[in-house]
Design a protein around this ligand. Structure first.
Ligand code: 5GP
Ligand code: ZN
Length: 115
């Protein structure tokens, strides 16, 4: 998707504070952080959200994204204290950008239930 904001970040057309990348996933700091560490991890290939990953290719992509998420959490020193991984799906899920992403949140205790 040429005009998708996260596709454009993945292609380097929009600047982002990149933390890590693999051939198939990119991690970068959220523009509006909700915790001391708030990183977004996305697949390079456009997929709308987790609900769109129910296929062989989708399962491969989402697992690459989760793998990079845990690697970045370790890289940023969050593993000992713990952290939260969140995927918002659709309107009621609170998704505002229609390109699959995992929120990696850490650096403070999280509460439950989320808002
Ligand atoms: P969602 O609400 O879809 O789960 O999360 C979208 C996230 O993307 C939000 O936390 C928002 O702050 C972040 N975001 C939106 N636009 C940009 C951008 O251009 N750059 C970065 N780094 N983050 C963005
Ligand atoms: Zn996209």
């Amino acid at each position: 998707m040429t005009d998708c904001i996260f596709c454009r970040i993945a292609r380097g057309e929009i600047p982002a504070k990149e933390v890590a990348h693999t051939g198939s996933a990119v991690a970068f700091h959220d523009l509006n952080p909700q915790a001391p560490v708030h990183v977004l991890v996305i697949p390079v290939t456009h997929m709308e959200n987790a609900a769109a990953t129910d296929s062989e290719e989708g399962a491969r992509l989402i697992s690459e994204v989760l793998r990079l998420s845990v690697q970045v959490a370790r890289q940023l020193g969050l593993e000992g204290a713990g952290y939260r991984l969140v995927m918002n799906v659709g309107k009621n899920g609170g998704q505002s950008v229609g390109h699959l992403h995992v929120h990696l949140l850490g650096g403070r205790p999280m509460t439950w239930p989320p808002g």
